[in-house]
Design a protein around this ligand. Structure first.
Ligand SMILES: O=P(O)(O)O[C@H]1O[C@H](CO)[C@@H](O)[C@H]1O
Ligand SMILES: O=c1cc[nH]c(=O)[nH]1
Length: 287
C-alpha cells in the first residue's frame, strides 16, 4: 500500500491535521460547514452537549450531540481555495490511517451540509427564502486541478451551460449535483435550483462599486439559463467546490442557502441573523 509522504499529508506534532488542527476522533459522521467562524457557536449552542472546541486560523470546529446524533460543525472561511483545504483534510481524517500514512481499505462517506448565506438572482425568490442547491456551478478555477467524472446527465447540463456562456470570455465552469439522499431528506419541500459559486463577492457576482466590471450583465446572463426545468437561482462562494470535491472523494454534500439579498430587486436584508437562524433551525430539525 502507498505511504503518503510527510509533505503531501501534513500532520502536526500532536497528531492533528495541518490546518484544521483536528484528530481523526474529533470528526463526527455528520458535518455542518459554515463560512463565518462566528456561526459555529450559533449552531453548537443548540446542541444538547458540546464535546470539543478546537480551531486554527478561520477553521473553527465544535463537535457535540443533538440527542444521540453526533455532529461536527466547522467553519471554512470564504472561498473555494479554503474548500480545497477543508475537504482534503476532512477526508484525510476519516479515510487515511495517520499511523501508517496509508489510505484505509474501508472508506467512510461523510454527510456534509453547508449552511451559508447567498444572494438570489431570480425575481420570484425573495430575501428570507431558505433554498437548497440542486447543483453547484463553479466559476472559479478549483476544478482545473482535480480529475472529475461527470454523470451523463450532469455533462449534458454543463454542455448547455457552456453553450449559454459562449460569449463570456475566460469563464470555463464546472458542474456537480448535490447528494440526492440529502436533497430528499434535509432539502425536502424547499425551493431548489442551481447555485453559482463565484470567485469573489463584487465583480465576480456582478456588483459594481468603484472598480469597473468586465462582464456585461452577468446576473442577466446567469438568470436567463434554462435547461429542462432547471434554472440558476443564487450566487455565493463555496457550494460548487464543496459538491465537486465531495463527489471526487465519495462524500454526500448538500448546501442550504439563507437568501440575504435579492440581486434583481437590489435589496439586502437588514436582519441577516434571523434568516440564518431559520436555516440553522430547519437543518437541525431534519438531521
Ligand atoms: O455566509 P457564508 O457561509 O460565508 O457564505 C457567503 O458569505 C460570504 C460572502 O459574504 C461567502 O463565503 C459566501 O459564500
Ligand atoms: O449576495 C450575496 C450574499 C451573500 N453571499 C454572497 O456571496 N453573495
Amino acid at each position: 500500500m502507498h505511504k503518503l509522504s510527510e509533505s503531501d499529508l501534513v500532520i502536526n506534532p500532536d497528531g492533528s491535521i495541518y490546518h484544521l488542527n483536528l484528530l481523526p476522533e474529533d470528526v463526527a459522521q455528520t458535518v455542518i460547514t459554515v463560512g463565518d467562524p462566528d456561526r459555529v457557536s450559533e449552531i453548537s449552542k443548540l446542541f444538547d452537549r458540546v464535546e470539543l472546541k478546537k480551531g486554527k486560523r478561520e477553521f473553527i470546529t465544535h463537535t457535540g450531540y443533538l440527542g444521540d446524533k453526533r455532529i461536527t460543525v466547522l467553519s471554512t472561511g470564504i472561498g473555494t481555495d479554503n474548500i480545497d483545504i477543508v475537504f482534503n483534510e476532512l477526508d484525510a481524517l476519516v479515510n487515511i490511517d495517520f499511523k501508517t500514512r496509508e489510505i484505509k481499505s474501508e472508506l467512510t462517506s461523510l454527510d456534509i451540509i453547508r449552511i451559508g448565506t447567498s444572494g438570489a438572482i431570480q425575481p420570484d425568490i425573495d430575501m428570507g427564502t431558505i433554498l437548497v442547491s440542486s447543483h453547484g456551478l463553479g466559476l472559479d478555477t478549483l476544478m482545473k486541478y482535480y480529475k472529475q467524472r461527470l454523470s451523463p446527465e450532469d455533462q449534458n447540463i454543463l454542455d448547455a451551460v457552456n453553450q449559454h456562456f459562449a460569449d463570456l470570455p475566460g469563464i470555463d465552469p464546472y458542474f456537480t449535483s448535490g447528494s440526492s439522499k440529502l436533497l430528499e431528506t434535509i432539502g425536502k419541500g424547499l425551493q431548489r435550483g442551481i447555485t453559482v459559486t463565484a470567485p469573489g463577492f463584487y465583480a465576480p457576482q456582478g456588483r459594481v462599486v468603484r472598480a469597473e466590471g468586465k462582464v456585461p450583465d452577468l446576473i442577466g446572463k446567469l438568470n436567463s439559463f434554462k435547461y429542462d426545468g432547471l434554472r440558476i437561482t443564487n450566487l455565493e462562494m463555496e457550494t460548487a467546490g464543496i459538491y465537486a470535491l465531495a463527489s471526487v472523494l465519495g462524500h454526500n454534500a448538500l448546501s442550504v442557502n439563507a437568501i440575504l439579498a435579492s440581486r434583481v430587486k437590489f435589496e439586502f436584508s437588514n436582519d441577516p441573523h434571523a434568516i440564518v437562524n431559520k436555516a440553522i433551525e430547519l437543518v437541525l430539525e431534519r438531521l
